[in-house]
Ligand binder design. Structure first.
Ligand code: FES
Length: 104
């Protein structure tokens, strides 16, 4: 898959998550400073949108709003129960203020 443009950097509020779709798949975008992370928006524990959860900037995680599993934004791995399986991640490139995703 080639890189897909999904959003403008200026539209992402730092420290919050925003849902976008890539080929019909929900992706949670999170901006921390100048870095942008992209993980699957669907919690691996149940069908819940992770982009409705809280970002922990120090831990670099996004917390599921339903039961509180925190997913590492770099790896997609859950850092706490009850989720056991990772969510997918995408490689993020920011070029000329535009955010591009590529499957990892
Ligand atoms: S639905 Fe996300 S931790 Fe349960």
């Amino acid at each position: 898959m080639s890189a897909v443009r999904v959003a403008e950097l200026a539209d992402l509020e730092p420290g919050t998550a925003r849902r976008v779709e890539v080929d019909g798949v929900g992706v949670a975008l999170v901006r921390l400073g100048d870095d942008v992370y992209a993980i699957g928006d669907r919690c691996s524990h149940a069908d819940v949108s992770l982009s409705g959860g809280d970002v922990d900037e120090d831990e670099c995680t996004l917390e599921c709003p339903k039961h509180g599993s925190a997913f590492d934004l770099r790896t997609g791995e859950p850092q706490s129960l009850p989720a056991l399986r990772p969510v997918p991640t995408w490689a993020v490139t920011v070029r000329d203020g535009q955010i591009y995703l590529e499957e990892t």
